[in-house]
Every structure is written in C-alpha cells, then in structure tokens.
Design a protein around this ligand. Structure first.
Ligand code: HEM
Length: 540
C-alpha cells in the first residue's frame, strides 16, 4: 500500500514538474494530444537518431493533429509543419532565439547562436556584408573556382560509375575554397587536394553535431564527455585544428589591413536588403549597380575589421564569425548543388531543357567561363530547377527556435474557426520544412515529384501558394543571411557543369533514404552513382 501511495505521489510530482508542457498540449491538441503522449515518447525513444528520425517523422506525422505539442522532460515542444503557423512563429519577436536542441552544435558562438539583443546588434553589424555590391564583387571568385571544378571533372570525374560520395567530397571542397577566399581572402587549393584536412574536419564536426542534435542528453557537456568520450575528445581536437587554421589567417589579414589604405574605411558598402529569403533574386538591384560601382573584392573579415578598431567587436568575435561562416556555407551550398545534379541526372528531360536555356543565354564559351550575374538572374528555368530542388530535397530539413516570452498564436480549426493559444516562455519550436515542402496539401498532386513547374507562373497567372510553404532559408526575422550568396554560387556551379557535361544516374527519387544531418544526407549513398560524359559543341 505504501509503495502504491509513493508511486502515485511520484507521478503527481512529475506531472506537476511538467505542468506547463501538459497545459500547452491540452491547449493545442486537447484530450487526444494528452492521451497520445506515451505513444509519442515511445516513437522518440526508438527513432531518436539521425538515420531514423527524418524518415520516422515523415511516416508518422499524419497520425497527430498539428501543430503538435510534445511533453519533453519538463519542456514544452511544438512541432510545426504548416505554413500558417510558420509565418506567425518566424515573424514573432519572441521566437528568434535558438533552442536547447542546438546546444550540441560544435560552434556555439557568433551570429549563428547569438540570443536576444546580442543577436539583433550582431545581425545589424553583419547584414551589410551580404549586400548586392559585396556579392557582385565575389562573382569573379565564384567563376574561377567553378572553372577549376569543371577542370577537375574533365580530368578525373568522367565515366559510368562516379560515386555520389566522390562528388559530395568534390563539391564540399570547391565550396570551402570559395568560402575561404570570400571570408578570409585565402586561396587554399582545396579543389585540388584537402592537404590540411580542413574540409574533412568540418564534415566530421557537422556529423558529430547532428548526432548530438538528435540526442538531447548529449548536449549537456559533462554527459557528452561521460557517455561518448571518444566523440567528445574528437570534437575538442577538431575544433582546435580549425581555430588554429582560422586564427593564423585572421591575424595575418588584420596586420595587412592595418598597414594598408583600407584601414581608414569605417563603414561597409551595403544596400537595402529585404527579407528575400525564398531565394527570389533582386534583379533590379543588381542591374542598377553598374560594373564601375562594384568595389574590389571586399572579403568578409576585412569588412568587419574596422569594428575591432572602434571596440564594437573583439578579434575573438571576428574569428568566431569567420569560423561559423565557413562552417554553415560549405555543407549547405555543396548539398544544394549535389542534390540538384542528382535530380537533373535522374530527369534527363529537365536537364536538356536547362542546357537549352544556358546555350541561349550564353551563346559563347567565354560567357560560360565568365558568367555575368545580370544574365544569370534572368534565367527563369534555372530558377525553377534550383528552387524545386530546394523544395523537394531541402538542404536544412529541420530548424529550431526557443520562445523567450509568453505570447499567443492563432490557429484555424478544420471548420474555419479561429482560436488563440498561449505559448509559454522556454517552449522549443521544431520547424519541419522538409515535410511541409513535400506535402500535397500545399503543393498538389506532384508534391513528391521533381516538378520545376511548381515555380513557373502559368497562363492562369502568378503562383498562388502560401508564401511560407517554401522556406529553405527560413523566413521572417532570422532568415539565412547567406541566401543570396548561396544562390549565386550554386547557380554558377550548376550552369558550368550542365553546359560542359551530361549527367545520368540509375537512382530514382523513390530509392532515396533520407538522413537528418545538419544538412540533408542520404542513407546507403554508396549505392548512388552517376554516369558523367563530356559534351562536345555539337551536343550543345
Ligand atoms: C543553400 C545554402 C543554405 C541554406 C539552405 C541555408 C539555410 C539556412 C537556414 C534554414 C537558416 C535559419 C536557421 C534558423 O532559423 O535558426 C540559416 C541561417 C543562417 N545561415 Fe544559412 N543557409 C545556406 C547558406 C548559407 C551561407 C552561404 C552562409 C554564409 C556565408 C549562411 C549563413 C547563415 C547564418 C550566419 C545564419 C544565421 C542567421 C542568424 O541567426 O541571423 N548560410 N541558413
């Protein structure tokens, strides 16, 4: 009897400890949500690892009413996979902070992880570094590394059995090369060989971060050290390797910058950035900037050095930003290019149509060697291919935030009735862009196919879907600062590759098994291969 009473008391104590989370589930999903919690916990216990999570969520999310409330320890968690709720949350000042799920990310410094007022001020400081003029000054670098990539394909990557992982590695190295040049002004020759193991170091760190991201207990430093000492030690070594690599370059560049004339520049060339987060290019802006007004290449760290002099930033901050810009850019852009090439290889008809648009836009070979951004931005079919790839195999499947203050969201019931739901402080938000962007409810019957027409305005008029049904770079207040940079670079690589080579594969979309890394990964990727053939002028 005493045991039963103790047990009941313990259950009551746990429910009291979790009361805010239970209350939120009740407000969001009613009795059904409360009763479903044990089932949800079982699913989470079984599937909480990168290889299983994404596929399990895709399979089971329909069994629950969404947005879905989850009791996670004493934390309320909301899983969101609909555009209406995403729009409210992405634009709420209470939802800009990162969540506890991201505590396991290897680099918890800089803009990427800043919170509240610190984030606002850092974002204001860094936004101009991604303005149109600065981006246009990088086009030469994008072209040069793109040409090196083409040469690498010509000499080493032609044949009937080019492995997916080989291309993955090559794209990672090429993007890292661009990133090192535009962030720190350093040529690293990664496209030829990763002699300093920098690309491999970043990849390994992202892999460990993804593992910790899906196992929240590993995000507590001492538990990580205790339960997974091997990866703990490895993370420390890898981070030190990267920090040393970046520190040497940043310090050298800072001394050069101080000695040079650029030192006197106290503000960076910016322009009006809008929240252009769906990747829709600001063609007008680019056209208005004449070639004479494009500054010489202003690398990222040079643009923020003057803030070190004024005391707004410390040298450590510059290093953190450089480290994280390299980290976030190389895996995301390379994954986007890789999946676009895979989808084009699997859909020869779209590949041919894109090649025709490229040939029409750039009739001379030297125009491909030196791609002009203004012409690039007019390529509507290229846009639709890149956006459709970002929709169907989105690069960042899940996105997370934390709620910093109690606030209300408005939900619409099936019958159309609206109701307000109070979201308490410290709730973790999980945005599932991957499944929303493949949901027939928002994308119609071709939702799970590669269908570039999704991004082509038809004879019936403009595209009318919900503006938040496509969020590869997030949207609202904390959207990706590198979205336009990514679009230029990815498109330049894709245009050059499709112009010079024919890509084929026997892999079908339905064969792909998805893994939730920091960016999208594929299980059994060793079974995916490409046939790559050099095209002649006749073929084009
Ligand atoms: C295809 C490529 C890319 C994709 C799909 C992508 C996606 C995203 C997403 C979804 C977020 C939002 C995270 C959140 O809401 O918490 C984000 C944030 C961010 N991205 Fe990207 N990204 C890409 C490339 C880049 C590049 C090239 C850079 C830098 C050069 C970059 C820098 C950042 C930074 C600094 C943030 C944090 C912004 C902030 O907190 O204010 N990203 N990115």
């Amino acid at each position: 009897m005493i045991l039963v009473i103790l047990l009941l008391l313990s259950i009551c104590a746990i429910i009291w400890w979790q009361r805010r989370a239970w209350l939120l589930v009740w407000r969001l999903n009613g009795w059904r949500g409360l009763v479903q919690q044990p089932y949800l916990w079982l699913l989470l216990i079984y599937y909480l690892e990168p290889k299983k999570l994404l596929q399990a969520v895709s399979r089971t999310r329909h069994r629950f009413q969404r947005p879905l409330g989850i009791v996670f320890g004493n934390k309320p968690v909301i899983y969101v996979d609909d555009p209406d709720t995403m729009e409210q949350l992405f634009n709420a000042a209470e939802c800009i902070d990162k969540s506890f799920f991201q505590e396991g990310f290897c680099l918890r410094r800089g803009l990427l992880h800043a919170r509240g007022a610190a984030w606002k001020s850092r974002r204001r400081q860094l936004d101009p570094a991604f303005g149109s003029k600065v981006l246009l000054s990088f086009i030469g670098t994008f072209n040069t590394v793109g040409n090196q990539l083409v040469h690498k394909f010509e000499t080493e990557l032609l044949g009937d059995n080019i492995k997916f992982d080989t291309l993955d590695d090559m794209f990672c190295r090429a993007v890292l090369e661009v990133s090192c040049q535009t962030t720190m002004g350093t040529e690293t020759n990664f496209t030829a060989a990763d002699t300093q193991s920098i690309a491999r170091t970043y990849s390994e760190l992202m892999h460990i971060s993804a593992l910790r991201g899906t196992k929240p207990w590993l995000q507590v430093e001492f538990i990580f050290r205790l339960l997974d000492s091997k990866n703990y030690k490895r993370t420390q070594d890898l981070m030190k390797h990267l920090e040393d690599f970046v520190r040497v370059i940043v310090e050298k560049k800072h001394s050069e910058w101080k000695a040079g004339s650029e030192h006197n520049i106290t503000s960076i060339v910016g322009d009006n950035l809008d929240s252009n987060a769906d990747g829709t290019e600001d063609l007008r802006n680019v056209k208005n900037i004449s070639k004479e007004h494009i500054p010489r290449r202003r690398i990222f760290i040079e643009q923020i050095f003057h803030m070190v002099d004024t005391g707004e930033l410390r040298m450590e901050d510059v290093m953190d930003e450089a480290l994280s810009m390299l980290m976030v850019s190389f895996e995301t852009i390379s994954t986007s290019v890789l999946v676009t090439m895979l989808l084009l290889a699997a859909h020869e008809d779209h590949q041919r149509k894109l090649r025709a648009e490229i040939a029409e836009t750039f009739p001379q070979l030297d125009q491909i060697t030196n791609i002009d951004p203004a012409q690039l931005l007019q390529m509507k079919y290229l846009d639709s291919i890149v956006y459709e790839s970002l929709r169907l195999l989105t690069t960042v499947p899940f996105n997370m935030r934390a709620v910093s203050r109690d606030f209300y969201i408005h939900l619409t019931a099936a019958g159309g009735a609206r109701r307000s739901v109070k979201i308490p402080k410290d709730t973790a938000l999980v945005f599932d862009a991957f499944n929303m962007q493949r949901d027939e409810k928002y994308w119609g019957t071709h939702a799970k196919e590669f269908h570039p027409d999704h991004f082509v305005a038809g004879s019936m008029g403009p595209i009318t879907r919900h503006p938040y049904a496509f969020v590869p770079f997030a949207k609202g207040l904390r959207y990706c600062i590198g979205n336009r940079y990514s679009m230029y670079l990815a498109k330049i690589f894709i245009v050059k590759l499709i112009y010079h080579f024919d890509f084929g594969t026997s892999t079908k979309l339905s064969d792909l098994l998805f893994i939730n890394g920091i960016s999208l990964k594929f299980d059994k990727s060793e079974n995916i291969s490409f046939q790559i053939r050099k095209l002649t002028q006749m073929d084009i």
